[in-house]
Design a protein around this ligand. Structure first.
Ligand SMILES: NC(=O)c1ccc[n+]([C@@H]2O[C@H](COP(=O)([O-])OP(=O)(O)OC[C@H]3O[C@@H](n4cnc5c(N)ncnc54)[C@H](O)[C@@H]3O)[C@@H](O)[C@H]2O)c1
Length: 272
């Protein structure tokens, strides 16, 4: 499925990103594991084997997206797939939400994907010119990880805005890069069982620069969400990765500009 394809997967040290990396490698592809957590990124790349390389760093930092693309080209000489998956949450009702926490969510979930894709343009978009002259179609893939929260979720004004932003980026790029045979889609997850959605104890943290952010959601919210899922449970990281892998694979060559909700049927947010 991914023979001779090279993928960047951000946030691939654990969770959904890691499970996606495993599927791409199993399908014959090569993966650059990008993560803010250097030890976890190195370990994941080691465990994934010779077809994986690690790139450690905060993708929201200036220069990091360009460095990530450069590492990929150095390691594997080409780039065919980008999965913008890295992220975390900092929840707060809007009247208590700081400028910094609003901006941090935009930076990691919207601005970083934009910068990575801009840096990737020479590898994802430009080869199509030559391929067109040769009468060949070669599909390249972008998958941006959004969330049902993009449709509105109390306590997540920052995260919701950022995930809605990446949906706008997805749909715009699908139009810009369609003529270059780049499929650009998003997945919107509901409740996937990873450390981001475990009951919040304060023990599980993401270190972002000097800051340590506790992740997880209140037990009550978990139980309430669980009860609203038609399929009766949260999804596994592997189930989430399956949807991303579909959108990275030749099975999705005629799918672009879409948001695939992967939520066991859960619907969140406001409807029209
Ligand atoms: N788990 C869910 O229910 C759920 C629901 C909707 C959307 N999502 C989205 O799915 C994506 C993956 O989340 P997950 O549940 O697998 O969480 P996770 O915490 O298991 O994995 C996320 C990875 O991203 C890395 N990361 C975080 N900030 C980063 C940064 N600035 N630069 C580089 N790496 C960074 C983390 O170190 C971690 O390894 C996120 O974008 C998240 O918002 C998850």
């Amino acid at each position: 499925m991914f023979q001779d394809k090279v993928a960047i997967i951000t946030g691939a040290a654990r969770g959904i990103g890691r499970a996606t990396a495993e599927l791409v490698i199993q399908g014959g592809g090569k993966v650059v594991v990008s993560d803010i957590d250097p030890d976890a990124a190195e370990q994941a790349a080691r465990e994934l084997g010779a077809n994986a390389a690690a790139h450690a760093g905060d993708i929201a930092k200036d220069g990091a997206p360009e460095a990530l693309v450069a590492t990929t080209i150095d390691a594997f000489g080409q780039l065919d797939i980008v999965v913008n998956n890295a992220g975390y949450t900092v929840d707060s009702p809007i009247h208590k939400l700081s400028d910094g926490d609003f901006q941090a969510m935009l930076d990691v979930h919207t601005v970083a994907p934009f910068r990575i894709l801009r840096a990737a343009a020479p590898y994802l978009r430009d080869p199509a010119k030559q391929e067109r002259e040769e009468g060949r179609e070669v599909f390249r893939k972008v998958v941006n990880v959004a969330s049902l929260a993009a449709y509105g979720n109390a306590g997540q004004a920052n995260y919701s805005s950022a995930k809605a932003g990446v949906i706008g980026l997805t749909k715009t790029l699908a139009k810009e890069w369609g003529p270059f045979k780049v499929n650009v889609n998003a997945v919107a997850f509901g409740l996937i069982d990873t450390r981001l959605t475990q009951a919040k104890t304060g023990d599980t943290t993401v270190k972002v620069g000097e800051r340590t952010v506790a992740v997880g959601i209140p037990e009550k919210a978990r139980t309430m969400m669980g009860a609203m899922i038609p399929l009766g449970r949260g999804g596994t990281a592997e189930e989430a990765a399956g949807a991303i892998a579909f959108l990275c694979s030749p099975w999705s060559d005629y799918v672009t500009g879409q948001v695939l909700n992967v939520s066991g049927g859960l619907a969140l947010g406001m409807t029209a």
